[in-house]
Design a protein around this ligand. Structure first.
Ligand code: GDP
Ligand code: GDP
Length: 453
């Protein structure tokens, strides 16, 4: 019996379940080359080489589902940005900042062979003030004889350093046991049934996210202070739109303007993913006064990959003239064709135009995200499809779909039990038909395949 899970959608990672929805977050922070990726790979059991071989895997993905002693958590690797020497302090500070806003536990990785550096110490003061539990990971302790060397790490004032070898796995089990004792039983932002739905407002810099937040909130914004007694920035804000309350998550990432000489894309991507971790649905804001860019598309892809609902807000509509409008229509057709299922709103954060249309779009996306198709109905759909459009014969065999079921909602995820490997085109065809039949407006959908020999 060969079990193969294939996640469909933009940049879907073929080996991993993509959703980290609602899980507590453990963030990995540290200077370049201390072994953050090695540690992440070790914890999630990923073989680096394999992952790199998969086409379409988004390089800047940062959050992975992880599990230890039956506790599931989301492991966030904030270190995918290689700055030059000048940008180093800033990059590590940015990682720490995002981790502080997002994580339930922070793993601060230090190279035990190098010891704490000036950069480390600067980050440490940020971490110490944060109120978030921090574990100092003394990496590259490949054998016991090196253990005494880590004593200098006590000087960081973050408690006991944990000796590990990410490369060989040494000490990682003990580290994870310890991490579990620090994990809250619930995610930092538990989902309250019936509470306000959680929205991530994302988009590249200067598209108008903070303007939109301000306009929507007017004077009604309620700032939700996070954990009392800490110096942390408020990270979520309740916003009333048309008499209904929404929770905009990780607004610290919007409010705090970071002016980076370099690494701005990475910072935006990190912020986007941090917000998506906690959100149910994302509003991707695009500035219509400029051509739709690679960065806009990458942010959309991150939303799709995260498995959250998607609404696209075309902002600065007040700046649109006829010529630009024609170009925009063309760009939408070409560049955003793969997300033609996402509800769109054409707004102006400046004038307030059509902001009141946002709630309807959000509800549409959330309803689809929560939608479940009954197994009976689904199998009737599959049977009809197989009869009208059988899979092409491949090497003398014709793979068939025996049975289908919707494994989960949030986002809708379907499992197809088949007699052979389905062509990517055929899987896309099924996905298209699922949308044509059931809508799923505003949500990514996933198809997994199980091959029965
Ligand atoms: P990152 O930049 O912090 O993500 O660091 P990497 O995970 O890419 O590791 C940097 C280098 O350190 C690589 O050459 C790794 O092979 C090496 N490395 C990572 N962990 C260990 C370890 O536990 N022991 C040893 N000896 N080398 C390690
Ligand atoms: P953020 O970086 O995505 O939060 O973007 P901001 O909200 O800071 O907006 C960037 C710039 O675009 C500011 O100068 C805003 O005044 C301007 N802006 C935002 N929304 C609109 C809009 O709807 N119309 C116009 N004309 N300008 C806007």
């Amino acid at each position: 019996d060969e079990d193969i899970a294939l996640l469909e959608g933009v940049g879907g990672d073929a080996l991993e379940e993509a959703t980290t929805w609602g899980m507590p977050v453990v963030a990995v922070v540290g200077r370049p080359n201390v072994g953050k990726s090695a540690l992440v790979n070790r914890i999630i059991g990923r073989r680096e080489a394999v992952v790199q071989d998969i086409p379409g895997v988004t390089r800047d993905r940062v959050s992975y589902p992880a599990e230890w002693n039956e506790r599931r958590f989301s492991l966030m690797d904030t270190g995918g940005w290689e700055p030059d020497a000048k940008g180093l302090d800033q990059s590590v500070a940015v990682q720490a900042e995002v981790a502080i806003d997002t994580a339930d536990v922070i793993l601060f990785v230090v190279d035990s062979r190098v010891g704490p550096t000036a950069t480390d110490e600067r980050v440490v003061s940020l971490l110490r003030q944060s109120g978030v539990p921090v574990v100092v990971v003394a990496n590259k302790v490949d054998d016991q004889r090196q253990e005494p060397e880590i004593a200098s790490l006590w000087s960081l004032g973050l408690g006991e350093p944990w000796p590990v070898s990410a490369l060989h796995g040494r000490g990682v089990a003990d580290l994870l046991d310890h991490v579990l004792t620090l994990l809250p039983t619930k995610a930092k932002a538990p989902i309250q049934p019936g509470g306000p739905r959680r929205v991530a407002l994302v988009g590249k810099p200067n598209v108008g996210k903070s303007s939109l937040l301000n306009k929507a909130a007017r004077s009604e914004r309620v700032v939700v202070a996070d954990t009392a007694g800490t110096t942390r920035d408020p990270v979520d804000e309740l916003v009333d739109i048309g008499g209904e309350t929404w929770k905009f998550v990780d607004t610290a990432g919007i409010r705090r303007k970071v002016h980076l000489q370099q690494g701005a894309d990475f910072y935006a991507s990190l912020r986007t993913q941090a917000a998506l971790e906690k959100a149910e649905v994302a509003v991707v804001v695009i500035d219509v006064s400029e051509p739709v860019s690679e960065q806009d598309m990458r942010i959309i892809d991150l939303v799709v990959e995260s498995g959250r609902g998607l609404v696209i807000a075309f902002n600065k509509w007040d700046l649109l003239d006829d010529e630009r409008r024609r170009y925009l229509e063309r760009e939408i057709e070409v560049d955003l064709d793969h997300v033609d299922w996402a509800p769109r709103v054409n707004i102006s954060a400046e004038t307030g135009r059509h902001i009141e249309k946002l709630p309807h779009a959000l509800h549409t996306a959330l309803e689809s995200w929560d939608r479940r198709i009954g197994t009976g109905e689904l199998n009737a759909f599959v049977a009809e499809l197989a009869q009208a459009h059988p899979h092409p014969v491949r090497g003398g065999k014709q793979p068939r779909v025996l049975y289908a079921t919707q494994a989960t909602t949030r986002p809708p995820t379907f499992v197809l039990f088949t007699t052979g490997f389905l062509d990517p085109q055929y899987r896309r065809f099924i996905q298209r038909r699922l949308r044509e039949t059931y809508g799923f407006e505003g949500t990514p959908i996933r198809i997994q395949m199980r091959v029965r020999e």
